[in-house]
Ligand binder design. Sequence first.
Ligand code: G4P
Length: 290
Amino acid sequence: MAIQWFPGHMNKARKDVAERLKDIDVVIELLDARLPASSANPMLARMAKGKPRLMILNKQDLADPAITEQWLAWYRAKTQTEALGMDAGERAPAQRLIAACRALAPTRSGLEKPLRVLICGIPNVGKSTLINSMSSRKIAKTGNMPGVTKNEQRIILEDDFELYDTPGMLWPKIEVEEGGYNLAASGAVGRNAMDEEEVALELLKYLLVHYRADLAARYKLDEETLEGMQDWQALELIGKRRGAVLSGGRINMQKAAEIVLTDFRDGQTGRITLERPDEWAAWEKRAKAI
Ligand code: G4P
């Protein structure tokens, strides 16, 4: 699948982040808990090498709690990176976040050496929402506009704690095919930059294996009927159930795809995570072998 992922102005964002990183003590990367590995920026990992990092798995209210636990453990064990789960509805997330950052850079404290923290994340991952909920003032504009960059902001959370918010920085190429589909399913990719039917079919393929009961419950289908079904058959069935039918009785697959994607994004299909650490490792290995 070809998705338009790296628009020209992203090069400027990369340069801005590289410049900013020089005087940063801790890097926070906000990930989507439903697709932690796909939403992680490999370019940032390289650029921030050597700096203490904190991974936040945001939107955990939409993700499968058991798999979020797997990912948090994976980050801590495999990458020696601190990791926290979070969601926009949480009260006072700043306290947890500040404490985690301070623990990562214990020598930085006091007014002379304020702790400087950079927060990064792909568009739509919930960066503005989190920053707003951490700050008493409305300082970052929230919205659902993947690919739109905002200017860097400095937010003083405590007298000796400065948070730098950068414009979204994407990476040039999606190496793992499944990662591209997962990003598209999550809404991180603009509508014009992907084929919604293809993305919905990939999503259904995964749900049929891992979340068949949720799928059956959402669309009032029989779980046994879904067993062994192909993704396109499931899409047709959902289209039929939801009245996405064209004249002559044909299923409107585009409409059915939109329904499946919107339900997933809004959490209506259930708490779902599209990748597990062991699956991701296998996908990555295969992508590298190609
Ligand atoms: P960004 O700055 O990273 O681009 O993302 P932003 O905060 O604008 O959030 C993108 C969308 O994701 C928003 O929804 C926001 O409410 C939602 N969101 C952010 N964090 C969470 C979370 O932890 N859980 C859930 N369920 N949703 C989250 P929207 O539809 O664009 O706007 P609205 O519904 O807030 O009006």
